[in-house]
Ligand binder design. Structure first.
Ligand code: AMP
Ligand code: MG
Length: 492
């Protein structure tokens, strides 16, 4: 009998370590802490392919060793990143307390992709934490981040979930797990705050140059790199939050450490999707003041960008007064940039192709009616798009009917055909979002009873959220009793 050493097989690993070339204050070399009994729960083969990785002839146990961190792949140089962040408005020193960057995979298309193990044990940044993660929360991140990707929204992605075979203690004992997360990078607003507070100006500039080289190459050679970076991040973040608003996504914990400089959705904690339209919707149990409510997300994005601007001030100008003036001028443009993108998105959702000045009223009138009648956000747009206005009292209400006639008149101006208009709306309005009650059911079945049927069904369905599928209508319905009592927990 011959035994194969799978760790001599490359599987396509092509790990680079550009982050490790930054000054040493930005990270600490740290091996993942091995777990007792790793078992592969899910491996994202589509994503493997995109990254140029192929584990098809690896036995499951070898995959489990690899993605639990018990063995690290060829050429890895594991490290934990340092960062700070404003959590609910207060500055704190943070860092990867339970995550390890094993390297940056150079994918076949040439891009560098961070490969991070989350839940991989304690690091120098763990503070009081155990460095671990629960199976339920890692499955949650897997499902929602993949769904966001397939909705066409910039996001970190999920490559694998491995059960650790160890118990993690939160409010009660839970199964532990490790998630392999991929990202354009894990540079956060909080990374710049960390540099500003703890490192030299020279080191702060190195971070700016590194970030530009990695994500904003069009800014290379800019006269004022920090100011140019602030502007570029602002554009990216405005576009991102508009995408969240489009599908009713509520991040739940938009602290500055959870805001990626590359403009990806990152750190899926207590996130959830809004069913009934209400800008005040908030699900996170710890967000008692609604700081991160659905309708507040653009304001918080602006606030987080002002923190980024603050961290960049010494680089923007040596004279603080002038630095502030320049940063302020840039930040002042946010509202206009956001509103312009939001209006374009809402026009798309409603097929307002002609771009009339009065479009804004039509949009706002509909949202006001949806809020008044407690209409489902996703399904209302689907109904307008398909023309199937049945089964909801809302569509029978005279106020809606009046709005509807007005809308039809507006979108069919200049001889436009209603069906054509409705077709144009399809790319903006998903049929399927991860409905909170189904996500919870799938995660409980999986993490408590080892029953992955619903999880896999949801994962599969959410790969094509814009395709109608009349056999899956029950996945489209909001919970029968509404989600007024629904709460999400950071309990990670
Ligand atoms: P998050 O709320 O996931 O954005 O995490 C905020 C900070 O807490 C980050 O620095 C995390 O690394 C850290 N953290 C969260 N959970 C743990 C844990 N179980 N052990 C150690 N650090 C943690
Ligand atoms: Mg975080």
């Amino acid at each position: 009998m011959s035994s194969v050493n799978y760790f001599n097989k490359t599987a396509g690993w092509n790990l680079q370590h550009t982050y490790g070339k930054l000054p040493s204050g930005f990270f600490t070399y740290q091996q993942p802490v091995p777990v007792k009994n790793p078992k592969t729960v899910i491996l994202n083969e589509d994503l493997c392919k995109e990254l140029g990785l192929d584990f098809s002839d690896f036995p499951p146990q070898e995959i489990a060793l690899l993605f639990s961190g018990n063995k690290t792949p060829q050429g890895s140089q594991p490290l934990a990143q340092a960062y700070a962040g404003h959590q609910f408005g207060n500055l704190t020193m943070l860092g990867d307390g339970r995550a390890i960057l094993i390297g940056e995979q150079k994918s076949p298309n040439g891009s560098l992709v961070d490969m991070q193990l989350k839940g991989s044990g304690r690091t120098p940044y763990s503070r009081g934490g155990d460095g671990r993660a629960t199976l339920k929360s890692m499955l949650r991140e897997y499902l929602i981040s993949e769904s966001m990707f397939h909705l066409g929204i910039p996001t970190t992605r999920s490559l694998a979930v491995i059960e650790s075979g160890e118990t993690v203690y939160r409010e009660k004992s839970q199964t532990g797990a490790i998630l392999t997360r991929t990202a354009q990078s894990h540079i956060r607003v909080g990374t710049f705050e960390y540099a500003r507070h703890f490192l030299t100006l020279e080191e702060q500039k190195e971070l700016t140059n590194y970030t530009i080289g990695r994500h904003y190459t069009m800014l290379i050679g800019e006269e004022n790199p920090a100011l140019a970076l602030l502007k570029a991040v602002m554009e990216k973040q405005a576009a991102l939050v508009v995408d969240w608003m489009r599908v009713g996504f509520i991040h739940g914990v938009m602290n500055t450490d959870n805001m990626s400089i590359a403009g990806e959705t990152i750190d899926y904690g207590p996130c959830a999707f809004m069913n009934t339209y209400n800008p005040k919707t908030v699900f996170s149990s710890i967000d008692v003041n609604g700081r991160y409510a659905y309708g507040n997300q653009p304001y918080i994005t602006h606030w987080n960008l002002s923190i980024l601007a603050g961290a960049l001030l010494p680089q923007i100008h040596a004279d603080q007064k002038q630095a502030i003036e320049l940063a302020q001028e840039t930040l002042n443009a946010f509202q206009e940039i956001y509103e312009e993108k939001w209006l374009t998105m809402m026009r798309g959702k409603l097929g307002l192709i002609e771009k009339e000045a009065s479009d804004k009223h039509i949009i706002e009138d509909l949202l006001a009616l949806m809020q008044q009648f407690g209409a489902d956000y996703t399904n209302t747009f689907v109904a307008l798009q398909t023309g199937d206005l049945s089964g909801e009292a809302f569509y029978e209400a005279s106020a809606f009917q009046e709005w509807y006639l007005h809308w039809v008149k507006q979108v069919t101006r200049n001889g436009r055909n209603l069906e054509e208009v409705q077709k144009s709306m399809a790319q903006y309005n998903p049929y399927f979002i991860p409905r909170n009650h189904l996500v919870e059911e799938a995660l409980d079945n999986a993490s408590l009873n080892n029953d992955y049927q619903l999880f896999k069904e949801l994962d599969q369905l959410l790969k094509t959220p814009y395709n109608p599928d009349s056999t899956k209508l029950h996945f489209q319905s909001p919970p029968p009793n509404g989600d007024a009592g629904y709460r999400t927990f950071c309990g990670t």
